[in-house]
Design a protein around this ligand. Structure first.
Ligand code: ADP
Ligand code: MG
Length: 291
């Protein structure tokens, strides 16, 4: 390989909206035959909005404020949505300070607010049981393909939030272009099955893995590699970072979390998934040039 040609391509890449870290990445891109796409924040905009909520009869009056205070330390796109909904519903309220903030990647967050232990996360995943009175609302929201999170205060689930996200315009054309090149495309997400399938259907993917945590994303990539595939992983979140590192080629969304960007070989600088195709095509051309 002629380093100059590779460097020039990396330079061109940077101009057209890709940042390529390391010369090997370009050559690996050419061999990729499998692309694993994360859902939230990768094929969807990641700008979520709260579109529904439910609470138990004995929920504390300020459960949403407690949730928002706990989320204020989170980088997850759900956090921004919870804060926006809270500002709308309680415009004059002030958020209490949160301490002991913790992120459980792919599941949710916990913090202590006003002396209360507050958890916000995917239903049933944070060691909290969903009360029967929220079950019907949960089913209804999930059947609509909405993302759902529950709020628990001092060990009891008292609130449910349903969030909507929009699929990026560039997602379906990107998937189609990859498939035309013979590349196998999969969707992985920590979100529930119905939400995953709604998005997969909209963008032409049939191979869907839902309810998948950070370690299981790594495991999936390992299984594909063991089957002889060369795998690119595309993701934005803390929960994607281990998979980005494990993949043959890690591609991070530029607006994603720092942890994901640090773990990736290629960073997409534009809000456009076509950069994934560019990454593979760019390396194709580069390799052709230096032969
Ligand atoms: P994805 O894999 O699609 O990017 P994540 O793994 O980040 O999704 O999240 C999976 C699920 O975990 C979300 O659908 C949500 O229910 C829950 N979750 C994760 N982080 C948070 C958070 N900060 N606040 C509330 N819920 C969260
Ligand atoms: Mg994500």
């Amino acid at each position: 390989a002629t380093p100059v040609a590779l460097l020039a391509a990396a330079g061109r890449g940077a101009v057209s909206g890709l940042f390529v870290r390391g010369q090997d990445s370009l050559e690996t891109g050419r061999q990729v035959d499998t692309v694993v796409l994360d859902k939230t924040g990768t094929v969807t905009s990641g700008r979520l909005t709260v579109v529904g909520q439910a609470e138990t009869a004995d929920a504390p009056g300020d459960w949403l404020l407690l949730a928002a205070a706990a989320e204020s330390g989170s980088e997850h796109s759900i956090a921004a949505a919870v804060l926006a909904a809270t500002a709308e519903q309680h415009p004059d309220a002030e958020l209490a300070a949160a301490t002991e903030f913790r992120t459980v990647a792919g599941r949710g967050i916990s913090a202590v607010v006003d002396g209360h232990q507050v958890l916000v996360g995917s239903p049933g995943s944070m060691g909290t049981r969903l009360p029967d009175e929220l079950l019907e609302a949960l089913t209804r929201y999930q059947e609509r393909g909405l993302t759902t999170s529950t709020v628990s205060v001092d060990g009891r689930v008292c609130g449910l939030l349903a969030l909507q996200d929009s699929v990026l315009d560039s997602a379906a054309p990107t998937v189609a272009a990859l498939q035309e090149q013979g590349v196998q495309v999969l969707l992985v997400t920590g979100d529930h099955r119905r939400a995953a399938e709604r998005v997969a259907k909209a963008i032409g993917i049939t191979d869907v893995h839902a309810g998948v945590g950070p370690e299981q994303k790594v495991q999936l990539i390992g299984e594909l590699q063991a089957a002889g595939r060369t795998v690119a992983m595309v993701g934005d979140g803390i929960n994607d970072a281990p998979a980005l590192a494990a993949a043959d080629l890690g591609v991070a969304i530029g607006t994603g979390t720092d942890v994901a960007i640090d773990a990736a070989d290629v960073v997409l600088l534009r809000d456009d998934l076509n950069g994934v195709v560019d990454t593979l095509v760019l390396s194709d051309r580069t390799v052709a040039t230096i032969r």
